[in-house]
Design a protein around this ligand. Structure first.
Ligand SMILES: C[S@@+](CC[C@H](N)C(=O)[O-])C[C@H]1O[C@@H](n2cnc3c(N)ncnc32)[C@H](O)[C@@H]1O
Length: 217
C-alpha cells in the first residue's frame, strides 16, 4: 500500500477534523439503516464493511444497537495493524458476532459463502479507486445484498470544487438502487449517501467467483 493508513486514522481523534465530522454522519446513517434494513429468515442481519480500517464507523454503533446481538458483521481490511485494532475493539465491546478479515476487500471471494448482506458500508473507498472501479463495484453490490439491502458510502468534494459524488449517485441509480439519503453539509467537503436495493433478485446477475471489484490507486 502506498499510503500510511494507520496514520490516516489519527485524524479521527481530532473532533474538529473533517474525518470526525464524517464519522458522525456515517454513524447516524448506520443507526437509521439498522432500524430500516430487512432481517434475514433467522431474525438477524448481515453487515459487510468494505475496507473497514479500525471499524470506527461500525463497531460503536453495533454495540449500542441491541448490544450487537442481531447483527453478524464481516469487516474486511488489508492492513494487519488496523484489522487487529478492529478485532480488539470488537472484543472490548463484547461484540461476538463480528469477524474481522485481514484480506483484500476488492476481491469478491471474501464475501461469498456467508449469505446476502442487509447493510454494506463502503466508506473511504470511492475516493481511492478509479471511476471504472467505482462503477464495477456498485454494479456488483446487488449480488452481495439481500432484497432491500442498504449501502452507506461516501465520496468527498475535490479541492477544486468538483463533486464526484454526483457520478457515484448516478451509478447507484443505474444499478437498481433508490436513494434513501444524501448528506452534504454546508461548507464541508463531506458527502455521504445511503442507497437501498430496489430491484427484484431475479434481475441480478450472480457474483462471478474470482472477480475483482476494485484496487486502490
Ligand atoms: C480511507 S481508509 C477508510 C477506513 C474506514 N473505512 C473508515 O472510513 O474509517 C481506507 C482503508 O482501506 C484499506 N485498504 C486499502 N486497500 C485495501 C484492500 N484492497 N482491501 C482491504 N482494505 C484496503 C486501508 O488500509 C485503509 O484502512
Amino acid at each position: 500500500m502506498t499510503k500510511d493508513w494507520v496514520q490516516w486514522h489519527q485524524d479521527y481523534d481530532n473532533p474538529n477534523s473533517w474525518l470526525a465530522k464524517r464519522l458522525e454522519i456515517v454513524q447516524h446513517n448506520l443507526c437509521r439503516a439498522l432500524d430500516d434494513a430487512p432481517y434475514g429468515p433467522d431474525g438477524t442481519r448481515r453487515l459487510i464493511s468494505i475496507c473497514s480500517g479500525e471499524g470506527r464507523d461500525v463497531l460503536p454503533v453495533l454495540a449500542k444497537h441491541d448490544s450487537g446481538r442481531s447483527v453478524r458483521a464481516l469487516l474486511v481490511e488489508l492492513d494487519p495493524t488496523l484489522s487487529q485494532r478492529a478485532r480488539a475493539t470488537a472484543a472490548d465491546l463484547g461484540l461476538q458476532g463480528v469477524e474481522v478479515a485481514t484480506a483484500d476487500a476488492g476481491k469478491i471471494d471474501v464475501y461469498l459463502g456467508a449469505g446476502p448482506a442487509h447493510v454494506i458500508i463502503a466508506c473511504g473507498v470511492f475516493g481511492n479507486i478509479s471511476s471504472e472501479d467505482i462503477q464495477r463495484t456498485i454494479a456488483t453490490l446487488p449480488a452481495l445484498l439481500a432484497p432491500g439491502g442498504i449501502v452507506i458510502w461516501n465520496r468527498g468534494l475535490l479541492e477544486n470544487g468538483d463533486d464526484p459524488s454526483l457520478e457515484v449517485r448516478t451509478y447507484f441509480d443505474e444499478h437498481g438502487f433508490a436513494e434513501l439519503s444524501f448528506t452534504s453539509p454546508a461548507g464541508s467537503r463531506n458527502r455521504v449517501g445511503m442507497h437501498q436495493l430496489s430491484i427484484h433478485p431475479a434481475e441480478i446477475p450472480p457474483a462471478a467467483p474470482g472477480m475483482r471489484m476494485f484496487a486502490f490507486c
